[in-house]
Design a protein around this ligand. Sequence first.
Ligand SMILES: NC(=O)c1ccc[n+]([C@@H]2O[C@H](COP(=O)([O-])OP(=O)(O)OC[C@H]3O[C@@H](n4cnc5c(N)ncnc54)[C@H](OP(=O)(O)O)[C@@H]3O)[C@@H](O)[C@H]2O)c1
Length: 412
Amino acid sequence: MPDAMPDATPDALPDALPDALPDALPDALPDATPAPSRADAGRPAALTDPLGPPTGITPSAPCRPLIVIGAGALGGHVAVRLARAGVAVALLARPVQARAIEASGLCLVEAGRAQAITVSVFDRIDALPWAAARAVLVCVKSGDTATTARALAPWLPPGVPVLSLQNGVDNARVLAEALPDAPLLVGLAYLAAASPRPGVVEHHGGGTLVLAPATPMAENPAGHEAENEAENKAEPARPGAPPPVPVALADLGAALTAAGYTVQTVADARPALWRKLLVNGCCNAVSALAQADYAQMAALAPVRELLDALLDEGLAVARAEGVALDADELRAAVARIAQTMPQQRSSTAQDLARGRPSEIDHLNGHLVARGRALGVPTPSHRAVWALVRLVESVQAAARPAHAAAHSVAPAR
Ligand SMILES: NC(=O)c1ccc[n+]([C@@H]2O[C@H](COP(=O)([O-])OP(=O)(O)OC[C@H]3O[C@@H](n4cnc5c(N)ncnc54)[C@H](OP(=O)(O)O)[C@@H]3O)[C@@H](O)[C@H]2O)c1
C-alpha cells in the first residue's frame, strides 16, 4: 500500500504535524497566502504561473476518473492536485464554480505560487462519466451529505468505492443509508485549504490524508483477510462484485499519493475521527461565537474552563460510544492550538462571518444528540451549539434569499 505506515496511528499524527488540526485552522487565512490576482486566475490553464516556471500539467492519463463531489476548499484542492499529477478526475461543481473553472482552469495558490490547471468539471450529476468511474470522493460539508448521497444513488455504478473526506463522525452512516451497496471508505484530511472565490483554491498548510474502511477491519473479517495485497492479486473479485475495501484503499492511496499527499491507511478511523471531533468541538463554536482567535480564547481563564468542560463532556460521549481516547493528550492538544495558531479562528467562525451555514450540527450538535441517546449530559455543548444555531438563524432571517437556498434545519 503506498506510503502505508502500519505503525502510525491517527492519534500519532497531530504531534507529527504542526498543522494537524485543520479545523482548528480557519478555512480562510487571508494573511497567510497572497490571493492570486484576477489576471492570474484568468490566464489559460496550465500556463499560469506568474511566480515561477510553468509547472501545470494538463491531465492526459486515459484512465478511469476519480469523481470529486464539491468544488469548494477541500474538493477543489484534491481535484486540482490530482489533475496536476495527471490523475484523471471529474469534478462536480456548482454552476458558478463550473463556469469559472471552464473559463480559466482551477487555480491553486500554494507556497506563494499560483497555477491554473485544466480540470474536467461538470455542474450536473447526470453528466458525470459514471460508466468509467474509478471512485467517488465526497468533499461537501456534512450538512450536505444526505442530499448528496441521495443524488448519487441513481448514478453510482455497483462496486464503485465512495470515500468521505469530510469532518464529522456520522458521514459514513449517512452515505451508507443511501448507498448500501457501495464499498465505503472514510478519510481524515489534515490540511487547511480555502476557496476565496469560485475556481480558486488556497492551500494554507498540511497535506496528510488518513484513509480507512468505513467499517473497521475488525468488524469486517472478510476485508481483513484480504488486507494482504498479494492475496488480493491472487484472488480477483468475481466479475461485477464490489472490489474488496482494501483494494479500493490501495487504489485511492496510490492516486492521492501521486497527487502529493502523505497518505496513511489504518484499519479503524474512529479514534482519529472522534479525536478531531472533540478538538473541533472544544474550539470551533467558542471561536465562532466571539469571533475570537485562539490566543484570545486561551488568555481568559473562564474560557479555558469552558474548553475543559467541553472536552470532558466530549470524552464522556466518546467513551459511551466505545471510543477510547487519551484525555491528557487531547487536553494538551487543545492547549497547544493557542501556541501554534494564535492568530487564527475556527472554520465555524469563518462560516458565521460570511453568513454561511456551518457544520455545527455535526460537531457540538452531534455530541449533544449522541449524549442524549447514551445518557451522557452535555450541557456545555448544548449551550454553544444552541448559540451558534441562533446566530445562523438570525443571519438567515436577515437574508431571505440566502435563507431559502440554505435553510437551517429545525432544532433537534
Ligand atoms: N477546508 C479545509 O481545509 C478542510 C480540511 C479538512 C476537512 N474539511 C472538511 O471537508 C468538508 C468540506 O469542507 P470545505 O471547506 O471544502 O467546504 P466548502 O468550501 O463549503 O466546499 C463544499 C462545496 O461543496 C458544494 N456542494 C455541496 N453540495 C453539493 C452538491 N450536491 N453538488 C455539488 N456541489 C456541492 C458547496 O456548494 P455550496 O456552498 O453552494 O453549497 C461548496 O462549494 C467539510 O466536512 C470540512 O469540515 C475541510
